[in-house]
Design a protein around this ligand. Structure first.
Ligand code: IPE
Ligand code: IPE
Ligand code: MG
Length: 251
């Protein structure tokens, strides 16, 4: 059997089970991966871009509808200037280089986060890609940039408070649905599966509202070496879970 045939067998096997509609990933461990190889942290970020390419392709092949990738957090602004600059440059390069390929693969691209914090050039590249791929109907690639869950919730509260102040909405009419419409993820269903690489088992301010009932899966693999086999492993773990949402299991 060829490698390709084995791969397609694995995919067919996974597709017999439930494919999570929305997968979110905390892509962690770039710096440690590089440092353990005697390389600068930025080298890890560059290699991480390769993993992004492979996982976007794999998620689309499996039939995942939304892939949300945590690329840069609110807190990451506090890292050394050199690293932040290198990350923003990598981001520019990624969105510019991948645009045509994503379009060909029918991938819709969108960014969430405090985007106004991004350098002008990065923001322009992100918005242009978002606009150019807005008509695509395949996988939605949702990149979290300058993103913080607390900031997202607070921003939603401020929008609602302003509407209440202007008499557009009454506080007692604010339902979870209305609240969600004011989040950056408005229109997207909550993640079914959250993957974090690098062995850390924490959320680090990611999608705090949205992961209330998300299945969590942690792997020790550093992001730059995360490949499709690891992604399959995460999906299989998801397929072995019983989601109850606080109710009783079906008998
Ligand atoms: C994840 O890798 C990428 C970003 C947070 C931007 P890290 O840079 O956090 O790498 P580690 O966790 O320090 O190894
Ligand atoms: C989370 O990783 C943010 C991203 C992957 C973009 P961090 O490396 O910033 O998180 P902590 O510091 O380990 O919690
Ligand atoms: Mg980290």
């Amino acid at each position: 059997m060829t490698v390709k045939a084995i791969q397609s067998d694995v995919i067919t096997d996974i597709q017999k089970g439930e494919i999570p509609v929305h997968v979110a990933v905390i892509m962690d461990g770039n710096g440690r991966w590089a440092q353990e190889r005697g390389m600068p942290r930025v080298f890890g970020h560059q290699q991480g871009a390769e993993s992004v390419r492979e996982i976007v392709e794999t998620a689309a092949k499996l039939g995942v509808k939304i892939l949300t990738l945590f690329a840069f957090s609110d807190e990451n602004w506090g890292r050394p200037k050199m690293e932040v600059k290198a990350l923003m440059k990598l981001l520019d390069t990624y969105v510019l280089q991948e645009r045509a390929k994503l379009k060909k693969e029918n991938v819709r691209f969108q960014a969430i986060g405090a985007l106004d914090q991004l350098p002008e050039k990065t923001l322009a590249a992100v918005l242009r890609t978002q606009q150019e791929l807005s008509h695509c109907t395949g996988l939605t690639l949702n990149i979290a940039l300058s993103y913080g869950g607390r900031n997202e919730i607070l921003t939603a509260c401020k929008k609602l408070a302003k509407k209440a102040q202007a008499g557009i909405i009454s506080p007692q009419d604010i339902t979870p649905q209305i609240f969600e419409e004011h989040l950056w993820t408005s229109g997207l269903p909550d993640p079914d599966l959250l993957i974090r690489t690098s062995g850390e088992q924490r959320i680090s301010n990611f999608l705090l509202w949205q992961i209330a009932y998300t299945e969590l899966w942690f792997t020790p693999v550093y992001w730059p070496e995360f490949r499709k086999e690891h992604f399959y492993e995460g999906i299989k773990a998801f397929q072995s879970r019983k989601r109850r949402y606080g109710l009783l299991a079906e008998t």
